[in-house]
Design a protein around this ligand. Structure first.
Ligand SMILES: [Zn+2]
Length: 288
């Protein structure tokens, strides 16, 4: 009788310690790297087979446990990551998100139709918004996001993420891209490998528009292009020429506007590229 009780409590103890160890292991094997601020992109690794949620939203992991997620322009002061093992045991951790102050940029001299579009264009604009929204929702297991990103071109930064925009004196939605000035025809290369999910030569606001998906919901969007050198469904490698800079859509001059998304969440490419030098000079492919 005593023996039996002993062995029962011993196995209970072993089970308890196994559970404690497992919970401890989940904590040990959560590695995170990135900028904990609005617009930031966070890369990480968790014990393979564990599930991850950011504020209740599933975060896809690779077989090796790698993942990426992003913090939007209005991300709250705190976010919560839940790590769940196969038995459903979850551990949650809270992270502080630095809140940013965005500047205001006044842009004058854009065509008036790009400030207050005539009613007959609204259906077109809505259709085009739906196209880009849909392309950014692709959720697949490609691991291109794990590459070390490179600049798509070199040039002076003329517009930043998050600025409130006032066009010809009229306030409009904030700017969620990074503007890099370069002459029309300048080569744009893929900052990381990926799949082309949208290639449109003439959208109303963004002109020549390309979306390159890096897997796990991380995508790059390039707008105001004069020429697109790839097609939807193409697989491109890092450094491959994919487009040429232009001045199409709502612009006052030629530049590349590079946007990044984690699905519908808008991210700041400048944070990803912080500390990485631009290439010496990007060659021009075509003359204006
Ligand atoms: Zn821009």
């Amino acid at each position: 009788m005593i023996n039996r009780r002993c062995s029962l409590s011993l196995s209970w103890l072993i089970a308890f310690f196994a559970a404690w160890w497992t919970a401890g292991a989940a904590a040990e094997l959560l590695e995170l790297e990135g900028q904990w601020q609005q617009g930031g992109i966070i890369f990480g690794k968790v014990t393979p087979g564990y599930e991850l949620q950011l504020d209740g939203r599933r975060v896809r992991t690779t077989d090796g446990g790698e993942f990426v997620f992003g913090l939007g322009a209005d991300a709250p002061r705190q976010v919560t990551l839940a790590v769940r093992d196969a038995t459903g045991r979850a551990e949650t951790r809270t992270y502080e998100v630095k809140q940013r102050k965005y500047n205001e940029q006044r842009v004058n001299g854009v065509e008036q139709k790009h400030v207050t579009p005539p009613p007959e264009l609204l259906a077109r604009i809505e259709r085009e918004n739906a196209l880009t929204r849909k392309a950014r929702l692709l959720d697949d297991e490609r691991r291109d996001f794990l590459q070390d990103f490179i600049w798509p071109l070199s040039g002076p930064i003329t517009g930043v993420y998050g600025s409130r925009r006032v066009f010809n004196g009229v306030p409009r939605s904030p700017h969620y891209g990074l503007d890099i000035a370069a002459p029309t025809g300048t080569r744009v290369v893929a900052p990381a490998a990926g799949l082309i999910t949208l290639a449109e030569p003439d959208l109303f606001y963004s002109g020549g528009t390309l979306i390159l998906d890096h897997g796990h919901g991380l995508s790059s969007t390039f707008i105001h292009l004069s020429k697109i050198l790839v097609a939807v469904g193409d697989r491109v490698e890092q450094g491959q020429a994919i487009a040429e800079v232009g001045a199409t859509g709502r612009v006052t001059g030629p530049h590349l506007d590079w946007r990044m998304n984690w699905f519908d969440v808008r991210l700041d490419p400048a944070l990803l590229m912080e500390g990485k030098p631009m290439p010496a000079k990007s060659p021009r492919i075509s003359k204006e």
